[in-house]
Design a protein. Structure first.
Ligand code: G3H
Length: 479
């Protein structure tokens, strides 16, 4: 497609008064593939005005009807899955099959949100006063869940569709309006996705989409007085947002440095298989990617050999050809990853997969052994196809390393001993611990939350619905 993609306000696709656009660079070709509007602050103001007005009526729209809308959007997303997926391939170099999976997964998420929403949001509580000491049975408290108002949704480049829908779905189902700021890389996939909401006939103003430069509208959006909740997924920017945000609920998922602990009694072949998938899917550009393997010395040689075999089998190439390893999202990202690898090299890490190789944004997968706590790769997340291995004397040492990290998203442990697995899970200070599999957010109804700098609030369909409402009580006082 040519031309500049329009932004969305009051049920209409519009050109910005700025007359300016933002280019989206295809990570594979490093050429501009799309352009989107550079929205102005005034246009953002209008989005919040429209959202506030539309939300009032939406909050009174019956739950079953809100659910019906979401089911309709889900059906439209399935119908138009391919064009949306094609944008993901171009904008974020996600392999073709995974791009399609992301769209279908998002449609499933919307259907589930609608089903969960009618039940969860439809249930309240009734409390009688006489359960508290000294009280008579003369007060009844009716507790219900009411919407927050306007939710600002900011998804990241690595899941521009799924992590948009995982915010939009629960927010709308719970009776909120939404202003969506898609990531620049992924904005056009977001625009196509939003078109499904538009085509489903959602009331005008309820949903807006702002594209533009962070420097112009970034802080303006996150500090806007019209925001009643921020749902953000991304990097350290989230910490800056949380420091500046007003008194609004925050649902944030930031970085991760997910540690994979391999105990001496682990099924090493299975562990290696999960580590390769967990470390290198979408070229490691997942917050839940395995970002450090801590393997107990006695089985380290065997594990490293098995992982190396898996890494050697990965296909490196272009997303259109469904390669396993595709170009990372930007040149600056590739440079950052390279910096981490070079730091480890200088400090004595061993390249298990041969020489380091890079062409443009395409990085060949790197497996580094003998990584030590003095290397940046022991602590920082590359968000690329790089997997460091640290040899440890015991699983206790691995747990201590995991807990010393500023991140605490997920972690995993491979062992055949269920008692050891539970003890290690209890000891790991992360939002989720996977036993005998790699970290992952899905299935999307599972709770998902990060500890420490990895986030605030919880996700997963039910938890997101719960995040998007506040408690309202009506007390009936009887004579
Ligand atoms: O990148 C962050 C995502 O929340 C991870 O989702 O585990 O489905 O790849 P995923």
């Amino acid at each position: 497609p040519t031309g500049v993609y329009k932004y969305y306000l009051n049920g209409q696709w519009l050109e910005s008064a700025s007359g300016k656009s933002v280019s989206i660079i295809n990570p594979s070709t490093r050429q501009t593939c799309y352009e989107v509007q550079a929205c102005t602050q005034d246009e953002v103001n209008r989005m919040f005005d429209a959202a506030k007005a539309a939300q009032k009526a939406w909050a009174r729209t019956p739950l079953w009807k809100r659910a019906e809308y979401l089911h309709k959007v889900a059906a439209l997303m399935r119908e138009h899955a391919q064009p949306i997926a094609d944008c993901l391939v171009k904008e974020v170099a996600k392999p073709a099959k995974d791009s399609l999976t992301e769209v279908v997964r998002s449609a499933d998420l919307l259907d589930y949100t609608a089903e969960e929403g009618v039940r969860f949001l439809g249930e309240g509580q009734l409390l009688n006063s006489d359960s508290f000491p000294g009280q008579q049975r003369n007060k009844m408290c009716l507790v219900s869940k009411v919407p927050l108002g306007v939710v600002l949704a900011i998804p990241p480049f690595n899941y521009p569709v799924n992590l948009a829908v995982s915010k939009l779905g629960p927010a709308l189902m719970a009776g909120n309006a939404v202003v969506l700021k898609p990531p620049t890389q992924g904005a056009v996939a977001g625009i196509h996705m939003l078109q499904c909401f538009h085509a489903a006939g959602l009331p005008a103003g309820l949903l807006s989409l702002a594209t533009g430069r962070g420097s112009e509208i970034g802080d303006f959006l996150t500090q806007h007085p019209g925001v009643n909740c921020i749902s953000f997924t991304g990097g350290d920017t989230g910490i800056a947002i949380s420091k500046k945000a007003g008194m609004v609920p925050l649902q944030m998922e930031l970085g991760g440095k997910d540690v994979c602990i391999v105990a001496a009694d682990a099924d090493l072949a299975a562990a290696a298989k999960h580590i390769v998938k967990g470390g290198f899917s979408y070229s490691g550009q997942r917050c839940t990617a395995v970002k450090l393997v801590c393997v107990v010395d006695s089985v380290a040689d065997e594990l490293v050999a098995a992982v190396a075999k898996g890494v050697a089998a990965l296909k490196v190439g272009m997303p259109e050809d469904d390669a396993d390893i595709t170009p990372v999202v930007s040149e600056s990202s590739a440079n950052f990853i390279e910096g981490l690898v070079m730091d480890a090299k200088e400090k004595g890490a061993t390249f298990v997969t041969g020489e380091y190789r890079r062409e443009g944004n395409l990085l060949w997968p790197v497996l580094l052994d003998h990584v030590t706590p003095g290397m940046r790769l022991a602590w920082e997340e590359p968000f690329g196809p790089v997997l460091p291995i640290m040899r440890v004397a015991s699983t206790d040492e691995a747990v201590a390393h995991c807990n010393a990290s500023k991140y605490g998203l997920q972690g995993c442990v491979f062992t055949r001993d269920i008692n050891a697995a539970i003890a290690i899970s209890d000891a790991m200070e992360t939002g989720t611990v996977q036993v005998n599999s790699a970290p992952a957010r899905g299935p999307d109804h599972f709770p998902f939350q990060g500890f420490r700098d990895s986030g605030i609030g919880s996700q997963g369909i039910r938890n997101s619905l719960a995040m998007m409402v506040k408690t309202k009580s009506t007390v009936i006082n009887l004579d």
